[in-house]
Design a protein around this ligand. Sequence first.
Ligand SMILES: [Ca+2]
Ligand SMILES: [Ca+2]
Length: 352
Amino acid sequence: MKKISILIMGLLVGFMGVQTQASTVYEGFDYADGTNVWGQAGGEGWEGVWVGTDTDAAGRGIPEVGTGLTFTNLTVTGGAYVRPQRYGVAQSSRTISTASQAALTADNTTIWFSVLMKPNAGGSTGGFAANSHGTIVLGDTAFIDSVNPGLIPPTIGANGNALGVGFDGDGASSDNIGLQGVIYTNGVTVAGSAERILVGDNTVMVVGKIDWAADGTDDVLSLYNISDPLAELPEPFTTMSNDWNQATFNLVAIGSGQTEMFDEIRFGTSLSAVGVGGVTVDAAVLSIDYAAGFVTVGATNLTAGTINYLQSSTDLVAGSWSNLYSVSGVTETNWTISTEDTPVFFRVESGE
Ligand SMILES: [Ca+2]
Ligand SMILES: [Ca+2]
């Protein structure tokens, strides 16, 4: 990540680079492997524990803590939510705290979420991922388990409202599993299947952007398929709109009938708060020292893995910047410059 700090001759200037904001809500499923998800109380920004139901009389589909999902350049913790076997239909939900609800549901704001998802945990789980419609939403009502989400998304409870993302299996092959937006309005399901994307049985990182409008105007959900959390956000693969009164949205709900995995659930008020583009890089700190005929600019906090340029300019606001020196492979250096020249502003630029 590019980082710049500017030093005005005779004045020490150091400031921080891009800061990573904390998530408002986070769940990494950092619980003992193999334990029931229901009753777990960890993570951040929640109120109470995971609760749920499963229709398999033997309880074989009750979600448990499995091996955590990972994704390049995403910070992860603990295990993951996984249905160990396909039998029955499961629905789980957890209430977010009053403070989280207030932070995430205000009109005329944009919020973000991210989640790792995989249709099939693998192994001899009895799963048939090709049918998967495992879905995760933010809303006001939990899913019900009495309708099998084998061909359709999970069904929400009476008059429920929610929005999120789910798998869209075609029932034929794991390779054909898609990802789609799913929204619920007064209990009615709308699947964004026309804009589904193919993901197969892989771990996918989905980012959601929600623009909450004022009542009377549609709120907008945009979903992004992330290949690298540190790269620029791609174009959304789908957008869906509806005019919700989202102030009552206080549940994260998961519904599934196969062996789906969900992990690293984040909600926040910025993209960096959900793990995207959020690497904290401190800008170089510059110091300055004079000696007869020379000025020494010292730099610390450099990024060792990239090229760091000392640049100068004669005009801090409108001037162009020229490279004077460069270093790489170090985190600090001293540059000694003759003061016979006219540049009066110095900065470090990293990464190009
Ligand atoms: Ca995890
Ligand atoms: Ca609204």
